[in-house]
Design a binder for this molecule. Structure first.
Ligand code: TRP
Length: 470
């Protein structure tokens, strides 16, 4: 007998789960970094425009395709549009598979930093410790990396194993409030620091002179990543929504919360950084991982009010945020096996989780532990185009997913909702009597038919011409 298909137990449960998917390393790790690199102000404004003008309409599109068809990504696109669209769905499943395989490694770092900071809280920050060296040491330690990412994979698997209501939704209901709570504590502490004024000015005072054209596309690319769009994660989550709920309202809440959390995280980190002399220059030199895993750990013990308590809590926050994202990534792959191949949830979860972990091993060992993986390159014209000349398994995979897979998948989904599905079909899901008063179906249709494809098309062209958004 077919197992009964999962469903969210309530609207709040669904919104928390989807928000949990959206809030992740993208908010805490990528967004502050790219805001820093793009000089704040104007970039943040452009990002907000991208979120509202492109992210929100596509969020609605994915959720509506899922709910209409009650299928996960491959089956949903086939049912809504025809068998050939299964290919786009398959692309999404593959994307989820690859993204999950390396995302888990960074997520594992949060566990390491939690144990370290907890240790420092008990016995004091070790004199003379160089956090840059500490980072390189842990990242290059193969056994440690395998252990951390295995732990994180097991946590992800054990949640998805229990299904939509008893696994994913339950964890989101528990973890998201904790996550919000920790963030508020950190915000209060950060706002009391000297640098908070400068941080707020940096983030919210736009100076358009410093904005480059590529920043606009970078903001747009990040809008996809941070909202978990472009690979059918939201189609999958949408397929568990009840008919009585408004997709429009839910989309608005998810997008607002994700944006709010990204901004709050950025305010927290920049307040700390601007409070320390010389830190802004130092941060600029350490790349993506620098802020979260090199600068901050030490500053909690020297600068931040109540930092010795907030330090470990901060890494708990990172871990929880990452975990509610990894479960949604795994769910994309697992629900494909369940819906399309009739595999039971438990078997499907173990199979997919295991298969993904084989690739996690490659990513985990590509930060110095195994030189073949750490120094791997793909040469030639195609290597340059597809992988941007990146070095190391992790960077190659991230480049391909962020620059190629998410934008192309997103483009296909936009075209599907805007041009290939009928007006009646999409209208029936969005303007079904549950929608809020401010919603205009005609406006959505305009954005999904013209604005979103043009914007996403521009990313793809820019990537093809050699731009890099990973
Ligand atoms: N949104 C997640 C973040 O900000 C990352 C992500 C991208 C994701 N696509 C996804 C998570 C799909 C779950 C499903 O970290």
């Amino acid at each position: 007998m077919q197992e009964q298909r999962g469903q969210w137990s309530s609207n709040v449960g669904f919104i928390l789960a989807a928000t949990g998917s959206a809030i992740g390393l993208g908010n805490l790790w990528k967004f502050p970094f790219i805001t820093w690199n793009n000089n704040g102000g104007a970039f943040v404004l452009v990002y907000l425009v991208c979120i509202a003008g492109v992210g929100l309409p596509i969020m609605m599109a994915e959720l509506l395709i899922g709910r209409k068809t009650q299928r996960s990504v491959v089956g949903a696109l086939k049912a809504a549009l025809g068998p050939a669209w299964g290919i786009v769905g398959g692309w999404g499943v593959l994307c989820g598979f690859i993204l999950l395989s390396y995302y888990t490694v960074i997520a594992g770092w949060s566990l390491f930093y939690f144990t370290r900071t907890a240790g420092w809280t008990m016995s004091g920050f070790p004199a003379g410790l160089q956090t840059g060296d500490l980072f390189a040491e842990q990242a290059g330690n193969g056994a440690l990396q395998l252990g951390l990412s295995l732990l994180f994979s097991l946590a992800t698997i054990s949640i998805v194993y229990f299904g939509v209501q008893k696994g994913i939704e339950r964890i989101a209901r528990l973890f998201l409030p904790i996550l919000f709570g920790i963030l508020i504590l950190l915000l209060i502490s950060a706002l009391r620091m000297e640098g908070s004024g400068e941080a707020l000015a940096f983030i919210f005072r736009p100076s358009f002179g410093e904005l480059e054209p590529r920043s606009v596309l970078e903001a747009l690319g990040h809008a996809f990543f941070t909202l978990s769009l472009g690979m059918g994660a939201m189609i999958t989550y949408g397929s568990y929504i009840d008919r009585s709920q408004s997709i429009v309202k839910a989309s608005a809440v998810i997008v607002l919360l994700d944006t709010l959390i990204a901004l709050v995280a950025t305010i927290i980190m920049f307040s700390v950084i601007f409070s320390v002399e010389g830190m802004p220059e130092q941060v600029s030199g350490t790349g993506t991982v620098g802020m979260l895993f090199i600068s901050l750990p030490e500053l909690f013990y020297s600068e931040v009010p109540f930092g010795s308590l907030l330090g470990p809590l901060f890494y708990v926050l990172v871990a929880l945020a990452a975990l509610t994202s990894t479960i949604s990534l795994l769910e994309v792959v697992v629900s494909y096996l369940i819906d399309e191949h009739g595999v039971g949830r438990r078997a499907a979860t173990l199979m997919c989780g295991g298969a993904v972990f084989l690739f996690t091993i490659l990513a985990a060992l590509s930060f110095g532990a195994v030189s073949g993986l750490s120094n791997m390159e793909v040469g030639g014209y195609l290597g340059q185009k597809l992988f941007g000349g990146k070095v190391g398994w992790f960077s190659l995979a991230d480049h391909f997913v962020s620059n190629w897979m998410l934008p192309t998948g997103g483009f296909a989904i936009t075209m599907a909702a805007g041009w290939f599905m009928t007006r009646e079909a999409t209208r029936g899901e969005l303007a079904d009597g549950t929608e809020p008063g401010w919603f205009r179906y005609g406006a959505w249709r305009f954005f999904i038919r013209f604005v979103a494809p043009a914007a996403v098309g521009a990313i793809i062209i820019a990537v093809f011409l050699g731009e890099d958004f990973s």
